[in-house]
Design a protein around this ligand. Sequence first.
Ligand SMILES: Cc1cc2nc3c(=O)[nH]c(=O)nc-3n(C[C@H](O)[C@H](O)[C@H](O)COP(=O)(O)O)c2cc1C
Length: 190
Amino acid sequence: MDKVNLGSQIFVYPMPVAIIGVMVDEKPNFMTLAWLTRVNLDPPLIGVVINKTHHTARGIRQTRSFSVNFPGQELIEKTDFVGMASGKNIDKSALFDLFFGKTKSAPLIEQCPLCLECRLHGISEFPTNDLFVGEIVESYTEDRFLTDGKLDLAKMKPFLLTMPDNGYWSVGERVARAWEAGKALFNQKQ
Ligand SMILES: Cc1cc2nc3c(=O)[nH]c(=O)nc-3n(C[C@H](O)[C@H](O)[C@H](O)COP(=O)(O)O)c2cc1C
């Protein structure tokens, strides 16, 4: 098979799009983020990778808390905007309706179908970016985004990012059940 080499500057494909909320100098600030992952099961830890120069990184160091908000597709324009404008010179504090949870210091976005409230657990530093690991202390949604008590992607309508073509994508159909699709093969190999 002929493989095409795409080089080393390649990204996870696709990435969920989130908005990080944080207080910086006592003012709410928001930035778009696609580099994120759960990093531990118990306690529930999530890692977000942020460029060292971003205003948001300063706020997380100040307050030791932040929020991870997953927007629906109706928020694409505002999400893209907070991914271009920096709180260093543009006030992004009044863009969303806010609420506060347990930490009282991480601004959460009312309009997002899923909001995670995080307390800073640790920071790993890298040459251009820092990995901020937060413990999820609470998560918030609304009944209208649930089916049988579980989050329903079809109702949340999140969007995904691909780089370097810079596309926003909707999520398609569920194609199989996880931990089920490989069961027959798994049983056969036991
Ligand atoms: C779709 C999208 C995804 C982004 N993902 C990240 C990311 O994962 N990490 C990061 O540091 N910046 C990311 N950015 C860039 C920041 O959101 C952007 O530089 C923002 O203006 C920083 O805001 P701040 O200076 O107020 O913190 C992304 C931007 C867009 C549009």
